[in-house]
Design a protein around this ligand. Structure first.
Ligand code: CTP
Length: 399
């Protein structure tokens, strides 16, 4: 994803500059070709050698440095760039870029870049809220710059408020989204993930082993590919992806209501492991044990996927999942038909590297007349293959 991508990281004179070192390291580890551009003031906070060691490239500070290949032709770097991130961005540099001032290596290069540009402001709350800074940020936004909303918390000056540099993993995710081809731009995608939990009494519930990893991978991949993503998540052992509108639910009924209210999405991927049964009675008090065994009466839950299939629009693509322990493909094909899905991702939990909790999966994609066995892939890769197929189905329908 970031492999071989040319990323320009602009670092300016804010105390948060030290965090840019971690970000540079994360980007290099992900295979990106990172060049750091610093303002003169930034070098007072962190030494260029830190970035040079991490990136393997000379850190660019002065436009008129003659001992360097880009000194005469700094525009060449701008041309090669796949994305630019200025993090941290001071009020001064934001003001300069917003007003077309370019008097050093960082600002001249940013001005020459035609790729996606992201600005991550970091400063004192009062400075950030200054109407002039706000107007400059709005102007940058108007001209297509992405502004990474500053985080709120304790600032270096001791104040508590907005102005902190967002966490490095958020900035990483923004860059990844910036360099990923947006073939799902303008498409709304609804994804369900995780396990539902059906209460028995105030202490106990019935649930399953789903971690939510596969559904979250689909939601994240769709977000990176430019879709507008909503995730309806049950119990999950992973954090929902960033830049995804997430709705948390517990029970199958809550998931059904949350999905039904958003069922107008262009694409729906139902990766959640929904309970098929719930206790008929939810006891108000904790059940006390008695001598001998016990019987819990269960009733069926709503079949969300079947409901969606029954109400499907012609321009909608619905993908279900099937997790089986026997007769995988026969059961999955039957499910595809019964639930009126366009695509079904079938996996057997009997195979090593597939199923609950792990980061990999072995899935067979089924459509009405196709059967595509995928090899052992990471859940991220599997998610992309599912979205590729969905895109193909949409294209075949002229969408
Ligand atoms: N599903 C759903 N609502 C339910 C049960 C399942 O939406 N109440 C969805 C799952 O999200 C998944 C698909 O249906 O996309 C298949 O789920 P699975 O439990 O494997 O299939 P079932 O239809 O429940 O069939 P069976 O229990 O017979 O395997």
């Amino acid at each position: 994803m970031l492999q071989g991508k040319c990323i320009l990281l602009g670092v300016t004179g804010s105390i948060a500059a030290y965090k840019a070192a971690n970000l540079a390291s994360m980007l290099v580890k992900a295979g990106a070709d990172v060049t750091v551009l610093m303002t003169e003031n930034a070098t007072k906070f962190i030494h260029p050698i830190t970035f040079e060691t991490l990136t393997g490239h000379k850190c660019l500070v002065d436009t008129f440095d003659r001992n360097f290949q880009y000194s005469v032709e700094h525009v060449a770097l701008a041309k090669r760039a796949d994305a630019v991130l200025v993090a941290p961005a001071t009020a001064n540099v934001i003001g300069k870029i917003a007003n077309g001032l370019a008097d050093d290596m960082l600002t001249t290069t940013v001005m020459a870049c035609t790729c996606k540009k992201i600005i991550a402001p970091a400063m004192n709350t009062n400075m950030l809220q200054n109407p002039i800074v706000q107007e400059n940020l709005e102007k940058l936004s108007f001209f297509g710059y992405e502004i990474a909303e500053p985080a709120t918390g304790r600032l270096a000056c001791g104040d508590v408020g907005a102005g902190k540099l967002p966490p490095e993993d958020e900035l990483f995710e923004r860059l990844l989204r910036a360099v990923t081809p947006h073939d799902l731009e303008g498409v709304s995608v609804l994804v369900t993930a995780g396990a539902t939990a059906e209460p028995v009494d105030p202490v106990r519930f019935l649930s399953n082993r789903s971690s939510g990893k596969m559904g979250c991978a689909v939601a994240r991949a769709a977000m990176l590919r430019g879709a507008k993503v909503t995730l309806v998540g049950g119990r999950m052992s992973v954090e929902p992806p960033r830049f995804v509108d997430t709705v948390r639910v517990e029970t199958a009924r809550e998931m059904f209501e949350a999905v039904r209210a958003r069922a107008d999405a262009d694409v729906i991927v139902k990766a959640a492991a929904v309970a098929d049964y719930r206790p008929k009675t939810v006891f108000e008090e904790k059940l006390k044990k008695t001598e001998g065994g016990a019987v819990l009466e269960l009733e069926r839950t709503e079949d969300i996927l079947a409901y969606l299939g029954a109400h499907k629009r012609a321009d909608q693509v619905i993908c279900g999942f099937a997790m089986e322990t026997e007769s995988l493909l026969e059961n999955a094909r039957e499910k595809l038909r019964r639930k009126n899905c366009d695509l079904l991702a079938a996996n057997s939990i009997r195979e090593d590297g597939a199923g609950f909790g792990v980061d990999t999966n072995i899935v067979t994609l089924l459509t009405e007349n196709e059967e595509i066995p995928l090899p052992l892939l990471t859940k991220d890769e599997t998610a992309d293959r599912i979205l590729d197929k969905i895109l193909e189905i949409r294209k075949a329908r002229g969408l």
